[in-house]
Design a protein around this ligand. Structure first.
Ligand code: SF4
Length: 361
């Protein structure tokens, strides 16, 4: 483990935190889930529901992608009680396009638990937050700090990068994570831990960016070891990622009287509980079988949809049913083609539907 001894210098840690907080007070990003420093000074406090919702949406997803979803969700379901009693199918449909659908299923379970067992109040400790569905170590720390101003060490990818550079931590990730975490622990102040966490996130998102950090505009540049050594843009070092396996599959387009057949995927597993086109059973471990869901004449369209999941990449072809015998059609919904945009199809099947609709059938 290589870490500069400055990480253990309490005085300097306090100075770094103070500089970051002062910068945050002047330049905090205006985000729809955030109670900014001016509002905090007026005595306003963050709404734990909005903080929780934003943190779940932000898992593996950018701020820019999350903002419109967050605004739609909070307009439709303004508190955890409303979300808990909503139709899960409506929530999954509203989540469509945001990806990582297990998050949406956990979101529903968590809302129901908080509304049903905790009278709509989120717990304020990391340990209790971790006991709720979909809240892991990082999210628990972020919610405890931001929503309840508990001292918690919040380390997301942005913070990881800032810390690795500030202390010139050269161990490649993921091996360097414990060292980064130890440094973050020492930097985190007792007071304003929530603002400090958001100040670090903002610094990583706006100044200490991955490729070209703006060290000239950085409030903690004077303390930065990577900058002093001119290695900032090389950190954090990362081990090369293993290539993702490539899978192939087919989605089936069955159309009748201006409607297309949609199925609901099984509740557990990939894209679980979502509406989708029928497919041939591909998953992360194997290709699809190529077996159509009913016998007859099928036209395999030219072109395909490529989609990258967390653990594999998929090449999805489309086949259109040209027979007229619908007796053996699998169970599903005949969805009007002119309202397909309201079906809440996940991105993969939205792209597949577009491919089919472009084709002269
Ligand atoms: Fe990042 Fe540069 Fe600031 Fe160091 S000086 S923390 S590398 S922006």
């Amino acid at each position: 483990m290589s870490v500069d001894s400055e990480a253990g210098n309490v005085e300097k840690s306090g100075e770094i935190a103070a500089l970051l907080l002062a910068h945050y007070d002047r330049h905090a990003r205006d985000l729809p889930w955030r109670t900014g420093p001016a509002a905090m000074k007026r005595g306003e406090r963050p709404d734990p529901y909005r903080v929780w919702l934003s943190e779940i949406m932000l898992q593996q997803t950018t701020v820019a992608a999350v903002v419109p979803y967050f605004e739609r969700f909070t307009a439709r379901w303004p508190d955890v009680g409303k979300l808990a009693t909503a139709d899960p199918a409506d929530i999954l449909a509203a989540w469509a396009g945001l990806g990582y659908y297990a998050r949406a299923r956990n979101l529903i379970a968590c809302a129901q638990q908080v509304a049903g067992e905790r009278a709509g109040r989120f717990p304020d400790s990391e340990a209790e937050l971790r006991g709720l569905p979909g809240i892991g170590t990082y999210s628990a720390a972020a919610i405890a700090a931001i929503a309840f101003d508990r001292r918690a060490v919040v380390v997301d990818a942005n913070v990881e990068r800032v810390i690795a550079r500030l202390f010139a931590i050269e161990d490649p990730l993921p091996a360097g994570k414990p060292c980064i975490r130890a440094c973050a622990e020492r930097l985190t102040p007792d007071l304003r831990a929530g603002d400090f966490a958001q100040a670090m996130m903002d610094l990583g998102a706006t100044i200490c960016t991955p490729k070209t950090p703006d060290c000239g505009g950085c409030p903690v540049a004077v303390h930065c070891r990577a900058r002093a050594r001119a290695i900032a843009d090389m950190l954090p070092r990362k081990l090369p990622k293993a290539a993702k396996p490539q899978r192939r599959g087919i989605a089936w387009w069955i159309e009748r009287d201006g409607r297309v057949l949609l199925v609901t995927r099984p509740p557990r597993g990939m894209l679980g509980g979502l509406r989708a086109l029928p497919d041939d059973g591909w998953n992360a471990r194997r290709d699809g079988t190529g077996e159509p869901p009913l016998p007859g004449d099928w036209l395999l369209l030219s072109g395909s949809v490529r989609h990258v999941f967390t653990h594999f990449a998929l090449d999805l072809e489309m086949a259109v049913y040209r027979g007229g015998d619908f007796d053996m059609v699998p169970q599903g919904e005949w969805w009007p083609l002119d309202r397909l945009g309201e079906a809440g199809l996940p991105t993969l099947f939205g792209k597949a539907a577009k491919l089919a609709s472009l084709h002269e059938k």
